[in-house]
Write a new protein. Sequence first.
Length: 159
Amino acid sequence: MLSIQILCIGKLKEKYWKEACAEYAKRLSGFCRFSIVELEESRVPENPSQAQIDHALKEEGARILAKTGSAALIALCIEGREMSSPALSKELQLAAVNGISKLAFAIGGSWGLSGDVKRAAKHKLSMSPMTFPHQLARVMLCEQIYRAFQIANDGKYHK
């Protein structure tokens, strides 16, 4: 069974975001080993310099890479490739067929992802050219992973 984890910088604070992620995690349990790992966000001053932002990104990137292990890493970033839900489903199926047993999706903090994480990623994925709050992006990713499994299994969820 495929193992999928979402590595996130920062914690969900609002109950409704937590409940949405928990619902998709429950639904995904029949398709894969699914987990969400929340990693500490680096602190920066209110008006940080670029050097302070770069330092925070480097720290957060090291936390993500330390948790990736042997998983194939997929970085969510604006410069990533956009794909349809059926295309994501096909990518997950291809990963399994090609012997990849672990996938890790990385969602950065408010400053994005470090260059180290992007370079280590097997794929870069963009959810949209629009910018979303990181909490919403996490819920959207959970939903899209669930949708991908529904598509692969001819479920009724995807119409």
